[in-house]
Design a protein around this ligand. Structure first.
Ligand SMILES: CC/C=C\C/C=C\C/C=C\C/C=C\CC/C=C/C(=O)SCCNC(=O)CCNC(=O)[C@H](O)C(C)(C)COP(=O)(O)OP(=O)(O)OC[C@H]1O[C@@H](n2cnc3c(N)ncnc32)[C@H](O)[C@@H]1OP(=O)(O)O
Ligand SMILES: Cc1cc2nc3c(=O)[nH]c(=O)nc-3n(C[C@H](O)[C@H](O)[C@H](O)COP(=O)(O)OP(=O)(O)OC[C@H]3O[C@@H](n4cnc5c(N)ncnc54)[C@H](O)[C@@H]3O)c2cc1C
Length: 667
C-alpha cells in the first residue's frame, strides 16, 4: 500500500521479489474479506486528521489523554455514522493504534459478561455495553495481588435483609490497581472480589459495580477512583487511564453478581453450578489467545521498519563492489533481522490456529464438554508468554538494527516498544504463565500411562520412543524435512519435561522442592511452547497455502525452526538428542535460508501491508526516502520553534558572559 510521495527508493529491492505479493497480503490478512476490510479501515484512519499520531510523543499526559479520548469518541462516532460491522469497527480501532479504555470495554468487560453472566444478566447488560451507554473495565488486580488471583482481598458481603452485596476494600493492599479504563473513563467495573455469605468466604467471584454517575460522570458515593500515574516511555501506554478503586461499604443489588458459575439466592444460599470454576478466568483466556496475532502485528511493524531501513542504509564497502554496501547485505544484520521476520510470519500462522482452537473450546463449553480446557489454558498461557517476550525483545533488537536513528522517536520504534512491553506483564506475568504450562506438563506426564494426551500434548504419548531414539541427521539437507525437525523439537521438549518430572517424583513432593526446580520447569514449558509454534507453523503451511507463496513461506518456516534450534542449542544438546555437529549443519542451512530471503526481504515486509500512517516511522517509509524525512522531522521539534532557545536569557547567557571567575582556568 504505497502512500509515499512518488519516488520509490526501494524499487530495486521490490523488483527482486520472487513470490506473489498480493497473495501473500491476503494470506497474512487471514483471507480476501479480511484483507479488504483491513485496507478500507487503514485508509479511513490514515485519511482522517482526528486520528493523526503526529506529536503524540511530545504531548504532556493530560493533553495526551484528552486527545486519546477525542480519538476514541471519534472512532465510535465513525463506526455509528458509517454503520460499520463489528469486525470493521474492531479493525478501525486497531488502526487508530492507541491503547485506550475501549480495549478493555470490548476486550474484557463484554467477554466476561458473556462468559460468566446468566442469559438474563447478558440480556440486561450487553445491550447497554454494545451501544456504549455504559463503559466497563476489568477490575481484578489489586495493589497487593495480581498474579495470585486467589489472594485478592476486596470483599462482597451478602446482606439478605436488603438483598444487596456490600462491596468493600478492607486494606490498602485491597485497592484495585492497574485496570485499564478505570482511572477516568469507566462508568462500571467488573470487580473480582471474595464472596461472603453468612460469614463464609466462598472465594473469588465477579460483580458488576457502577462506579461513576451516568449523569455527570462523578464517582458514586463511597467510591474512590482515579488514575495510578505516568507509565514507562513517551506516549506508549500513557494514553490509557490505568486506575485505582476503593469501595467503602458500597451497596450493589444481588443481581449484579455474575451468576453463571455460582448463585446466591435471595435468602443468602450459595449454590455452585456443575461447571468448572476456572471458567471464571475465561476473559483472560480470550485475550491471551488474541495476543498471539497481536504479537505478530507488533513484531511485523518493527521488522518492516528495520528491513526497509537496512535496505536504504549504506555503510562501508568492499573492493569487489562499487559504492557502499546496504547494511542488509551484512551477514550479521541478516542473522539478527531475518529470524525476526520469520518469527512475525510464524506468529501470524499460529495466531490463526489459536483462533480456531479458541472457537473449538467455546463450542465444546457450550455443549458442557470441559475436557480440552486444561490444554487450551496451557496453550494460551504459554503462547501468550513466549510471543510477547520475543516480540518485546524483537522490537528492541529492531531499534538497535537501525543504529543511532533507531533511538529517535521519529523511527517509531521507541514508542512501539513502550506501548508493547507491558504485554509481558498484563494478562499474566510471563513467568507465572510458563509455570502454569509446566504444571500442565507434569500432570500430563503423571497420567500418561492411563490417559492418552491430546492436542498439543499428544507427542508426550510417545515419550518412550522420543527418549530413546536420537537425531539421524548426517548432512545439512537432512534437516530440510519437516518430520525430522518436528521430531527434534518433540524429543527435546519430552526429554526436558521428563527429566524435571523424574527429579520431582524422586523427591518428597514438598512445595520447597517444586520451587527449587522452577527454573527447569520454566525451561521445559518454554521448550513445549516452542514445539507448538514450530509444529503449528508447519501445519498451517501444509493446509491449503496458495502456490504463489508456498515456497517463500517454507523458507520462512525453516528459518524460524532453525533459528529456534540454534538459539536453544544448549537445551537440545543437553538432552542428548542432537550432537554439536548436527547443530553446525543446521547453522549452515540457516545461512542458505538467509540467501533465499535476501532478494525477497523488502517484499516480505511489504506483504504485512502497513501504511506509512500506521507505521509512523521515518525509517520505515514505503518509499525509503528516509533522510529527507528525518531532516524535515527535526523542524517539527518544539525546541526548534524559536531559533534562539527559550531559556537562553536566564540560563545560557550568564554562563557565556559571567566569565570573571573561572576557577578551573589556569590562564
Ligand atoms: C478484542 C480483544 C481480542 C483480543 C485481544 C488482543 C490483543 C490484546 C491486546 C491488548 C489487551 C488489552 C489490554 C490488556 C489489559 C490487561 C488486563 C489484565 O492484565 S487483566 C488481569 C490479568 N491477570 C492475570 O492474568 C493473573 C494471572 N494469574 C492467573 O491467571 C491465575 O490466578 C493463576 C493461574 C496464576 C493462579 O494459579 P492457581 O492459584 O494455581 O490457580 P487456581 O487455584 O485459581 O486454579 C488452579 C487450576 O486452574 C487452572 N487454571 C488456571 N487458570 C486457568 C484458566 N485461565 N483457564 C482454565 N484453567 C485455569 C490451573 O491450571 C489449575 O489447574 P489444575 O488444578 O492444576 O488442574
Ligand atoms: C499496562 C498494564 C495494564 C494492566 N491492565 C489490567 C487490567 O485491565 N485489569 C487488571 O485487573 N489488571 C491489569 N493489569 C495488572 C496485571 O494483570 C498484573 O500486573 C499482572 O498479572 C502481574 O501481576 P503482579 O503485578 O501481581 O506481579 P507479581 O506477581 O507481583 O510479579 C512480580 C515478580 O514476581 C514473580 N513471581 C510472582 N509470583 C511468583 C511465583 N509463584 N513463582 C515465581 N515467580 C513469581 C513474577 O514472575 C514477577 O517477576 C495491568 C498491568 C499492566 C502493566
Amino acid at each position: 500500500m504505497q502512500d509515499g510521495n512518488g519516488l520509490d527508493h526501494l524499487a530495486g529491492e521490490r523488483a527482486m521479489a520472487q513470490f506473489d505479493l498480493q497473495a501473500m497480503k491476503v494470506y497474512l490478512a487471514g483471507g480476501q474479506r479480511e484483507y479488504e476490510i483491513s485496507t478500507k479501515m487503514a485508509q479511513l484512519v490514515a485519511n482522517d486528521p482526528v486520528f493523526s499520531k503526529e506529536d503524540r510523543v511530545r504531548l504532556a499526559r493530560k493533553d495526551l489523554y484528552k486527545n486519546s479520548l477525542r480519538k476514541a469518541g471519534h472512532a465510535w462516532k465513525t463506526i455509528l455514522e458509517k454503520g460499520l460491522s463489528e469486525v470493521e469497527g474492531l479493525k478501525l480501532r486497531h488502526f487508530v493504534d492507541e491503547p485506550t479504555y475501549t480495549d478493555l470495554h470490548w476486550g474484557m468487560f463484554i467477554p466476561a459478561i458473556k462468559g460468566q453472566g446468566t442469559e438474563e444478566q447478558q440480556h440486561k447488560w450487553l445491550p447497554l455495553a454494545y451501544k456504549m451507554a455504559i463503559i466497563g473495565c476489568y477490575a481484578q488486580t489489586e495493589l497487593g495481588h495480581g498474579s495470585n488471583v486467589q489472594g485478592l482481598e476486596t470483599t462482597a458481603t451478602f446482606d439478605p435483609t436488603t438483598d444487596e452485596f456490600i462491596m468493600h476494600s478492607p486494606t490498602v493492599t485491597s485497592t484495585k490497581w492497574w485496570p485499564g479504563g478505570l482511572g477516568k473513563a469507566s462508568t462500571h467495573a467488573l470487580v473480582y472480589a471474595r464472596l461472603i455469605t453468612d460469614k463464609k468466604d466462598h472465594g473469588i467471584h465477579a460483580f458488576i459495580a457502577p462506579i461513576r454517575s451516568l449523569e455527570d460522570h462523578t464517582p458514586l458515593p463511597n467510591v474512590t477512583v482515579g488514575d495510578i500515574g505516568v507509565k514507562f516511555g513517551n506516549g506508549g501506554y500513557n494514553t490509557m487511564d490505568n486506575g485505582f478503586l476503593r469501595f467503602d461499604h458500597v451497596r450493589i443489588p444481588r443481581e449484579n453478581m455474575l451468576m453463571r458459575l455460582a448463585t446466591v439466592t435471595k435468602d443468602g444460599k450459595y449454590v455452585r453450578s456443575n461447571k468448572p470454576r476456572q471458567l471464571g478466568y475465561g476473559a483472560m483466556v480470550f485475550v491471551r489467545q488474541g495476543i498471539v496475532i497481536d504479537a505478530s502485528i507488533y513484531l511485523s511493524r518493527a521488522v518492516t521498519i528495520a528491513v526497509r531501513y537496512s535496505a536504504v542504509r549504506r555503510q562501508f564497502g568492499n573492493k569487489d563492489e562499487p559504492g557502499e554496501l546496504q547494511v542488509i547485505q551484512y551477514r550479521t544484520q541478516q542473522s539478527r533481522l531475518f529470524p525476526l521476520l520469520a518469527t512475525a510470519y510464524a506468529y501470524r500462522a499460529v495466531g490463526f490456529w489459536m483462533k480456531s482452537l479458541y472457537a473449538d473450546v467455546m463450542k465444546r463449553l457450550n455443549d458442557n464438554d470441559f475436557s480440552t480446557l486444561p490444554e487450551v489454558h496451557a496453550c494460551t498461557a504459554g503462547l501468550k508468554s513466549i510471543t510477547t517476550s520475543v516480540t518485546a525483545d524483537g522490537i528492541e533488537e529492531c531499534r538497535k538494527l537501525c543504529g543511532g536513528h533507531g533511538f529517535l522517536c521519529a523511527s517509531g520504534l521507541p514508542e512501539l516498544y513502550a506501548a508493547y512491553v507491558p504485554a509481558c506483564t498484563y494478562e499474566g506475568d510471563n513467568t507465572i504463565l510458563l509455570l502454569q504450562v509446566a504444571r500442565f506438563l507434569l500432570k500430563t506426564l503423571s497420567q500418561v500411562s492411563k490417559v492418552r494426551p491430546v492436542g498439543t500434548a499428544a507427542y508426550l504419548g510417545n515419550i518412550k520412543q522420543l527418549s530413546t531414539q536420537n537425531c539421524k541427521v548426517s548432512q545439512g539437507h537432512d534437516w530440510l524435512n519437516t518430520s525430522v525437525l518436528l521430531e527434534a523439537f518433540e524429543a527435546r521438549s519430552a526429554r526436558q519435561a521428563a527429566a524435571v518430572a523424574l527429579r520431582l517424583a524422586k523427591g518428597s513432593g514438598s512445595e520447597a522442592e517444586f520451587q527449587e526446580n522452577t527454573p527447569e520447569l520454566v525451561e521445559s514449558a518454554r521448550a513445549h511452547c516452542q514445539l507448538i509454534l514450530v509444529s503449528k507453523f508447519i501445519e498451517q503451511l501444509q493446509t491449503g497455502t496458495p502456490e504463489g507463496i508456498r515456497k517463500q513461506l517454507e523458507v520462512l518456516c525453516y528459518t524460524y525452526a532453525f533459528s529456534q534450534l540454534i538459539d536453544n542449542a544448549g537445551d537440545f544438546l543437553a538432552t542428548g538428542y542432537v550432537t554439536g555437529n548436527q547443530i553446525a549443519l543446521a547453522k549452515e542451512e540457516l545461512k542458505h535460508m538467509f540467501d533465499k530471503i535476501r532478494p525477497n526481504a523488502v517484499a516480505l515486509v511489504d506483504a504485512f501491508d502497513h501504511t506509512d500512517d500506521y507505521l509512523g516511522s521515518a525509517l520505515g517509509r514505503y518509499d525509503g526516502d528516509v533522510y529527507t524525512h528525518l531532516y524535515k522531522g527535526a523542524f517539527k521539534e518544539s525546541l526548534n520553534d524559536t531559533v534562539v532557545v527559550d531559556g537562553y536569557e536566564e540560563y545560557l547567557k550568564p554562563v557565556l558572559t559571567q566569565n570573571l571567575w573561572a576557577p578551573h582556568s589556569k590562564l
